[in-house]
Design a protein around this ligand. Structure first.
Ligand SMILES: [Zn+2]
Length: 293
């Protein structure tokens, strides 16, 4: 490996010749431009697509820098080696058909690429530069991460919905989406764009909220969470999140953490702390995102 050098997808793939995971990497790379097309579709039709470059770092990270998207080798390896339990233990899934590792890698890589591309398409850096003084900049910076996370989650949901809705129904599509995102985000080590458990707890909580509200394809999204089915989805996804966390603590961590994100989550909700604040700040910052007429 050439330390310190950026590689194109093709160069990275050529180094993986003979590796059993080669087909998975080939698939996730080939899907990346389509993900960016889907992200750009509703915003800027004139948007150029990014050049993708793999950085040599083994720490999972990704960064959209204008028209170049840097994805670390560590992030690629994270996506193709995600630890996750047999799906039927946690969601409705046929026990005799293990979930396809290519599908899991592709879905989580799609979330990573979409997250970065939403930063660019929504021009988050530009927005942060023009905010009025009364908006706290640190909160605003967190709120654009929140936006990228949730827009990317909705995109992965639609990707999974296209594949599975007919055979498994809409609620299960939402659960499968959360399942993939949970294992991808929870097992990032060191955590990307997270400063601790509170950030992780808020991140997962907000993804649950988004996946509860987003449209099923028939009715529009329920962004004020007024419909009973939104509440039911949110309860089911919360329960799935707790089951996933319990599995993670008992079976994947060498020693369970004294304080899981679920404890932080409950504490945060009681304090009415950062969680609501991020959503509120985003609703102010969102006004500065330029969208097509
Ligand atoms: Zn980000």
């Amino acid at each position: 490996m050439c330390d310190g050098q950026l590689r194109t997808f093709a160069e990275f793939l050529s180094e993986m010749e003979g590796d059993p995971k080669y087909p998975i990497v080939e698939r996730i790379f080939s899907a990346a431009p389509e993900i960016c097309t889907a992200v750009s579709a509703n915003y800027r039709e004139d948007q150029l697509f990014p050049e993708f470059r793999i950085t040599p770092s083994l720490i999972p990270s990704a960064e959209g820098v204008s028209y170049v998207m840097h994805i670390s080798e560590g992030m690629v390896r994270h996506c193709i080696n995600l630890p996750y339990p047999p799906a039927h233990l946690l969601i409705d899934w046929p026990p005799d058909h293990p979930i396809n590792p290519m599908f899991v890698a592709e879905s989580f890589f799609a979330w990573v690429v979409a997250h970065e591309w939403f930063h660019i398409v929504h021009d988050h850096d530009g927005v942060l530069r023009v905010l009025p003084e009364q908006i706290d900049l640190a909160q605003a910076a967190l709120s654009v991460e929140h936006d990228a996370d949730l827009c990317a989650a909705a995109l992965v949901y639609r990707f999974i919905q296209n594949i599975y809705q007919r055979q498994m129904g809409n609620l299960n599509v939402r659960k499968l989406t959360f399942f993939v995102l949970y294992w991808g985000i929870r097992t990032l080590n060191p955590p990307v764009e997270q400063t601790g458990h509170t950030a992780l707890a808020a991140r997962l909580l907000h993804i649950i909220m988004k996946l509860s509200m987003v449209s099923d394809g028939d009715e529009g999204g329920d962004y004020d969470a007024v419909r009973p089915e939104t509440r039911q989805r949110s309860e089911e996804l919360t329960s799935l999140a707790m089951d996933c966390e319990e599995y993670y603590q008992s079976n994947i961590l060498d020693s369970p953490e004294a304080m899981s994100w679920i404890h932080e989550w409950h504490r945060g909700l009681q304090d009415d702390g950062d969680y609501g604040q991020i959503v509120e700040t985003w609703s102010e910052v969102n006004d500065y995102v330029v969208r097509p007429d």
